[in-house]
Design a protein around this ligand. Structure first.
Ligand SMILES: [Zn+2]
Length: 304
């Protein structure tokens, strides 16, 4: 995975942790560097490898109870948040606009003029970012636009581009894709429905592929020992032939069918959505689902 940010005058090394972020933090971390120009492969979420976004993202992972190595995209998607770098970039551009509109003759204006003529990193990065966001018109005539318009335009473009990347990434998280869909980017409802932190963490880990199932391990062994097929979330919840899982699944079906008579006719995707999205107001159903999903995950790793 190519690391997308190109520091002015410097090309950073490729990092395999660009999406998991945390591994880059350490004694040798360069710290925040606002003077950056995104490369042609600019990807707003990847900027989390930088210190500011990394800290925020790590806190988000702590809040939802997942590993520091889990995907930034997936965690921010669960919370419906955008990268903190968006705010930083908007602030930079608004400050540039202020400098452009500064009265001639002031010390600040003189310094800015010098900055432009010498193609200082700050000025170059602003021009690059505006061009990249398709807002070159701002560069041509910065005096013609109000601050509120610029703020809105830049924020909207950043969000649009981020959502485009997010939807592409969803393909790597089939469970999350099924639960979240492609047209929704908001805080996931189950986070507010399931109050028990331990239960909620299991849901999150199953949704974003950050759990102990073999499909998401870093070993070559990804098939279920019992069934000899890929052991992912779907397999564990609906297909695995381990005796304990089969019994729990049968118990759940008989229980849930009283509240959702059509459950047994639903397809796998609809079942995943019901079990891991919990998009219902029925408290009895929520309790039954929570208990079942957590029991299945516990039984999977219970020593027999
Ligand atoms: Zn199995």
């Amino acid at each position: 995975m190519a690391f997308p940010w190109v520091t002015v005058g410097t090309i950073r090394l490729t990092s395999p942790w660009a999406d998991s972020g945390f591994a880059r933090m350490g004694p040798s971390h360069p710290g925040p560097n606002p003077m950056r120009i995104p490369s042609a492969h600019y990807d707003p979420c990847e900027t989390h490898a930088d210190y500011d976004g990394l800290v925020i993202c790590s806190f988000c992972k702590f809040v939802v109870g997942v590993s520091k190595f889990s995907s930034n995209y997936a965690v921010l998607g669960e919370l419906g948040r955008f990268p903190i770098e968006h705010r930083i970039m908007v602030s930079h551009i608004l400050y540039w606009l202020r400098l452009e509109n500064e009265d001639q003759g002031s010390l600040l204006k003189s310094a800015f003029t010098e900055c432009k003529e010498s193609k200082h990193d700050f000025y170059s990065s602003i021009l690059f970012n505006l061009s990249y966001l398709g807002l070159s018109n701002l560069i041509q005539s910065p005096h013609a636009y109000k601050e509120s318009y610029v703020k809105s335009a830049v924020s909207t473009r950043l969000k649009d581009q981020y959502l485009q990347s997010f939807r592409q990434k969803l393909g790597s998280f089939k469970t999350l894709e099924t639960c979240k869909g492609h047209n929704v980017y908001e805080r996931s409802g189950y986070l507010d429905i399931v109050n028990n932190v331990k239960l909620r963490n299991v849901f999150t880990r199953l949704r974003i592929n950050n759990n102990k199932l073999l499909a998401y391990s870093h070993s070559d062994k990804v098939n279920c020992e019992k069934c000899d097929v890929l052991e992912n979330t779907e397999h564990m919840l609906f297909h695995c032939k381990r005796d304990c899982l089969v019994k729990e699944r049968e118990r759940f079906i008989s229980q849930v069918s009283k509240l959702v008579p059509s459950y047994h006719t639903k397809g796998t995707e609809a079942k995943i959505k019901l079990l891991l999205d919990i998009d219902t107001k029925d408290e009895d159903l929520i309790k039954i689902i929570c208990h079942h999903v957590n029991t299945m995950y516990s039984l999977r790793f219970m020593r027999t």
